[in-house]
Design a protein around this ligand. Structure first.
Ligand SMILES: Cc1cc2nc3c(=O)[nH]c(=O)nc-3n(C[C@H](O)[C@H](O)[C@H](O)COP(=O)(O)OP(=O)(O)OC[C@H]3O[C@@H](n4cnc5c(N)ncnc54)[C@H](O)[C@@H]3O)c2cc1C
Length: 320
């Protein structure tokens, strides 16, 4: 369980260190260190990105877009006054993460790249993500798992900010030693049918440097709602980021229901944007949004929660 520690001061040095496939980026360590302790991951070196000044900055551009460095903490994001005014869905999602201590330690990059919370994976049981032959949760304890099946693994991605950033149409900036690319947040998390060795589309040696939220997602009506079993300090059973942008477009993205944040179909978003809806229309739209769900034995209750969150959010979007 021993590993080396490096704290580069530039993206270039970080990229050079991370070229070695046995090195891993480190943010706050709140997920990586427990995974190393539990022998789920075993890097020979961790590369702490918090020493890079640019990684800790929130930069506002004149056009109204904002770029957030990968090492900015969730607490800083939750408290930032400009973000709260322009992108309240993200502020609320960051505020909804875990406890005060987790928000103070956890970074945006680490939160987006954190691993699944499925207990079969975390406790080293039979699990496809650990090289096993089947997903134990499919027929086992699956009350916290997916209701929209992207399979073969049925774990949901635990990040609250990822759900808000998907709705806000954020772009994720990715770097490697040989160059850089930008990935839409909507494509950054990988469904398990695409890969089981990671929860993101990052290739070996790649890491997140920043996330940009476009100006067109600024303002309007925005909310992030999260339903939890314990009421606080917990992962989402179901969450919802809902926006009505100043240009009239609506975005609805559910969390806790699939391997990746789940955008409600655009025909429902369009119906909502067209306005003039009565309470029974909203009820119909909420039911339609969940029509394709195929819950597992233990988690049909998530559909009731999702419907309630959708009804409430849609009501607010049409009346605000
Ligand atoms: C009790 C508990 C409750 C929690 N509740 C919630 C919750 O309600 N909502 C929620 O969203 N999260 C929750 N979390 C998760 C917590 O927010 C994450 O542990 C945290 O955000 C990870 O951030 P970090 O900076 O500590 O990541 P780290 O632990 O440092 O890294 C996590 C992973 O990301 C990789 N990584 C880190 N930075 C980068 C980067 N820049 N580029 C590429 N890869 C990178 C690491 O290599 C590692 O694989 C909870 C965690 C715990 C332990």
């Amino acid at each position: 369980m021993s590993f080396a520690y490096a704290r580069p001061e530039s993206w270039e040095s970080a990229a050079a260190l991370l070229q070695d496939a046995t090195s891993q980026p480190l943010g706050g360590g709140t997920d990586l260190i427990p995974l190393i302790r539990e022998h789920q991951q075993s890097p020979t070196r961790v590369v702490d990105l918090r020493g890079i000044a640019e990684a800790r900055r929130i930069v506002r551009m004149d056009d109204g877009s904002v770029t957030i460095g990968a090492a900015v903490t969730l607490r800083e994001l939750a408290l930032d006054v400009t973000l709260r005014e322009s992108f309240p869905a993200l502020s609320e999602a960051c505020h909804a993460v875990g406890s005060y201590a987790l928000r103070a330690m956890g970074t945006l990059g680490g939160n987006l790249c954190q691993h699944v919370r499925c207990w079969y994976f975390r406790q080293g049981h039979e699990c496809l993500r650990l090289g096993g032959t089947h997903c134990s949760a499919q027929r086992g304890e699956n009350q916290y798992h997916a209701v929209f099946q992207q399979g073969p693994c049925v774990a949901v991605h635990p990040s609250d900010p990822a759900v808000a950033l998907h709705a806000l149409e954020a772009q994720v900036h990715v770097q490697r030693a040989s160059g850089a690319r930008t990935v839409p947040m909507a494509e950054f998390l990988a469904p398990s049918r695409e890969r089981l060795d990671a929860t993101t589309v990052l290739a070996p040696g790649e890491f997140v440097t920043a996330v940009t939220i476009p100006a067109h997602s600024s303002g309007g009506v925005q909310l992030y709602e999260k339903s939890m079993q314990r009421g606080a300090w917990d992962f989402a059973l179901v969450s919802l980021a809902a926006l009505r942008r100043p240009d009239g477009e609506v975005r609805l993205v559910l969390g806790g229901v699939a391997n990746t944040p789940w955008r409600v179909t655009d025909s429902i978003e369009e119906d909502l944007a067209s306005g003039g809806l009565a309470a029974e229309d909203i009820e119909t739209l909420a039911q339609r949004a969940l029509y394709d769900a195929t819950p597992l034995a233990g988690n049909a209750y998530k559909l009731d929660i999702a419907a309630a969150l959708l009804r409430r959010a849609m009501g607010r979007l049409v009346t605000s």
